[in-house]
Design a protein around this ligand. Structure first.
Ligand SMILES: Cc1cc2nc3c(=O)[nH]c(=O)nc-3n(C[C@H](O)[C@H](O)[C@H](O)COP(=O)(O)O)c2cc1C
Length: 363
């Protein structure tokens, strides 16, 4: 059975109604060893294999939402859905015996969504088939990345918004090769194709050509020339009104709101305003404790798994010890394991780093 169940459950699920669980569709194939992750703190967990719908998700972010960051994020929030970094279909297809390095993840990271990128139907289909063995909970196609490498030379990412027919075909091919829900992450427009009507045409085409019923809307358009990827996440104005209009005009589709949400209060307010679900990127990475640390209680009405940052760091250290050097000397290395901690903003980041380095046995 397709595990699209949460799409059907969502209308009846609001924060603080934790009785509705989502069953993982089938056993996954994960990293074989246990990684030594241990739960820290209160009994906030659901029975194994059951989890709540994606009211809150952490955005896919290249070089940021890797296995290590996701492990840390999961220690802070049991219920947030976690997206991988974008994996290009060709990268998956051309691996021989190294697929685990790109696709394996510890079982604790469920619920987790794999984001793929590409513009070749055969490779998207093959990559999805290969990824299926890893039991991701949803497969997402990147239609929002504006970088020159991706949308320019690669002709995918945000460039795909120019060709809704193709995205419909791509989503159909992806869906045919997995048995979990599929979704699209896109902008509200691209270049001068930025009217609400053009966004509706995009959604309409993809929905009518494929089983896609979930779109993540980064609520600003992408400019494919003249702006860097970082500027493309700041300069084009946010237009949340496009997102809320989609909720009105496509009642059979689920939409996740993304872009510019900096605090848990803003996330809660968006859900109160009617957003089906919310995705946060930079704030969840730059300030994981202040954002993710409130998700389970404020958004899901569940207990928070950890009571202190020290507890989280101690658990993360156990993970670090178990994974360091797994794929050869310095793969991963200490720098890769701690970069998201040292990145945390301001004085908080500095304190976290000192505590962590004190705890770290392997440095
Ligand atoms: C470092 C970085 C890398 C990103 N990589 C991806 C990616 O691989 N795929 C994608 O769809 N979006 C990517 N994004 C965009 C985010 O998923 C998100 O849409 C964007 O940051 C807006 O959300 P925010 O304002 O909450 O950060 C990236 C963003 C950042 C900051």
């Amino acid at each position: 059975m397709r595990s699209a169940a949460w799409h059907a459950l969502l209308p009846s699920l609001v924060p603080a109604k934790p009785g509705i669980f989502f069953l993982r569709s089938r056993p996954g194939r994960f990293l074989s060893h246990a990684h030594g992750l241990r739960p820290c703190g209160a009994a906030s967990s659901l029975p194994p294999g059951e989890y709540l719908p994606p009211l809150f998700s952490v955005a896919p972010m290249m070089d940021w939402t890797d296995n290590h960051y996701r492990t840390l994020a999961r220690l802070i929030s049991r219920h947030a859905w976690l997206y991988t970094e974008m994996l290009v279909a060709e990268t998956i297809v051309h691996q021989k015996d190294k697929l685990d390095r790109f696709l394996a993840f510890p079982a604790e990271q469920h619920p987790i969504v794999l984001q793929i990128g590409g513009s070749n139907l055969d490779n998207l289909a093959k990559a999805t088939e290969l990824a299926s063995g890893y039991a991701y909970d949803e497969i997402n196609l990147n239609c929002g990345c504006p970088s020159g490498k991706v949308a320019g030379h690669g002709c995918f990412g945000a460039r795909l918004m120019y060709d809704p027919e193709f995205v419909g075909d791509a989503m159909s091919a992806i869906a045919a090769n997995c048995d979990v829900p599929v979704s699209v992450k896109c902008r509200i427009g691209v270049d001068d194709r930025d009217s609400y009507e053009e966004l509706c045409t995009f959604v309409d085409k993809v929905v009518s050509k494929s089983p896609t019923r979930h779109f993540i809307i980064h609520a600003r358009k992408a400019l494919l020339s003249g702006l860097s990827p970082a500027e493309n996440r700041k300069v084009p104005p946010l237009k949340y009104e496009y997102y809320y209009a989609l909720l009105r005009d496509f009642p059979e589709v689920h939409f996740t709101l993304n872009g510019g949400l900096m605090t848990i209060e803003q996330v809660s307010a968006s859900i109160r305003q009617g957003a089906h679900q919310v995705m946060v990127g930079r704030a969840a990475y730059n300030n994981p404790w202040n954002m993710l640390g409130h998700v389970d209680s404020e958004i899901y009405g569940m207990p928070t798994p950890c009571s202190s940052r020290r507890q989280i760091l101690e658990s993360y250290q156990v993970y670090g010890d178990s994974i360091i050097g797994q794929y050869g000397i310095s793969r991963p290395n200490v720098r890769q394991l701690v970069k998201m901690i040292t990145w945390s903003s301001g004085i908080e980041g500095a304190i976290l780093c000192i505590v962590f380095c004190t705890l770290l046995k392997f440095s």
